[in-house]
Ligand binder design. Structure first.
Ligand SMILES: [Fe+2]
Length: 369
């Protein structure tokens, strides 16, 4: 059978297996139903698939062509795509690649239907981004079970994403309370990713730094305002409480497995090279590298933005202060000069808010690819 042969679903007998999976006997609110997008140019195939999924509580959208599917994806929140491997305009695999390379749609699971049996075919499909395969002729019970599982996984991903979004929003509100300058988190993420680029760190670590830029101080949510905003010097007891923000931040984020790579950044971003930092008094390379990177970025940002107690220093002055701290043994002696060079080299990073936003958006796109 050639790669372009299609089987008409209408020619296949519908089976009468138990209708699985069932969700709930109460009719669900249509507004909360998961949405499935069927992409197939053959009307009968789409109609049959719709018939198979009739007992699955979901909303079904149909597209005859990839171009129509992309228009729907632009407008609708889709939870699962069921796509035939053979399509007009492009192959099902090319369609998958396009869906998975777009940050807005990459988390939508794709179930690919194919009439071509064989491991090679399946591998090529999975490599293109399909999450699962079903071989034609379709068995209704199998289709419903597979679709039900994929929708449940998607719902789980959504709830994790929501939890993460809430944490990020919380972290930003902490920053906005505490800081006098906007875009602090964005600048930290941008500076530290630029440095991690120069160090050739893998994407996963860059992703952790991106998140760390936002989440590193989330523990400050547990610090009383009377300490956080105190004018004048903190007492020793108040410092003890203030230092707890690293540990509290780690505790807040640790239930989320996806944030595991960010935890060392949150816990260790106030350690010092010579062991005089907190909370663990780590020294030298015993301090996690990602925490050292974020720390360098944080200090640079504090120096180059205006605060109530100081004006914004120039790039050169900030770098001079950081190099001096390095000589004193507080900072990583290799990272600081490299950071100064990297930030100095990327004019955009020191060109105000618009430059930071542009760099950040480019980095975000790159990390999601
Ligand atoms: Fe901090």
């Amino acid at each position: 059978m050639s790669a372009h042969t299609k089987i008409e679903l209408s020619t296949l007998p519908l089976r009468t297996e138990p209708l699985l999976p069932r969700f709930d006997s109460a009719p669900p609110d249509p507004a909360y139903l998961p949405t499935i997008l069927i992409v197939d140019d053959i009307d009968l195939n789409r109609r049959l698939l719709r018939g198979i999924l009739k007992v699955t509580p979901c909303r079904i959208l149909e597209a005859k062509r990839p171009s129509a599917a992309f228009s729907m994806l632009d407008m609708e929140k889709v939870d699962l795509i069921v796509v035939d491997m053979v399509l007009p305009e492009m192959s099902g695999m090319e369609f998958c690649q396009m869906v998975k390379s777009d940050r807005r749609t990459q988390l939508i699971p794709i179930l690919m239907l194919t009439s071509i049996q064989g491991i090679e075919n399946e591998v090529a499909g999975l490599e293109s981004g399909a999450d699962d395969f079903l071989l034609k002729p379709l068995r209704p019970a199998l289709v419903r079970t597979r679709v039900g599982t994929m929708l449940r996984n998607k719902a789980l991903t959504d709830s994790l994403e929501e939890a993460e979004t809430i944490l990020f929003a919380l972290a930003q509100s902490v920053e906005h309370r505490d800081r006098y300058t906007g875009l602090h988190c964005e600048r930290l993420a941008t500076y530290s990713i630029a440095l991690s680029h120069a160090l050739g760190l893998p994407k996963q670590e860059q992703q952790a730094l991106f998140r760390g830029g936002y989440l590193h101080d989330i523990g400050k949510i547990s610090i009383p305002d009377s300490i956080l905003f105190k004018r004048g010097l903190l007492t020793e007891e108040e410092w003890d409480i203030m230092r707890q923000h690293t540990i509290r931040g780690e505790q807040i984020c640790s239930p989320m497995k996806t944030l595991a790579p960010v935890l060392p950044i949150i816990r260790s971003h106030h350690e010092r090279w010579d062991g005089s930092g907190y909370p663990d008094g780590l020294t030298g390379e015993g301090i996690p590298l990602l925490a050292r990177i974020l720390q360098v970025a944080d200090i640079y940002d504090a120096l180059t933005t205006a605060r109530p107690y100081k004006p914004a220093f120039s790039h050169d002055r900030a770098v001079a202060i950081m190099l001096e701290e390095s000589r004193r043994g507080w900072r990583d002696p290799e990272l600081v000069p490299l950071f100064a060079e990297v930030v100095g080299r990327h004019g955009e990073l020191t060109a105000g808010e618009a430059g930071i936003q542009r760099s950040l958006e480019a980095m975000r796109r790159e990390l999601s690819e």
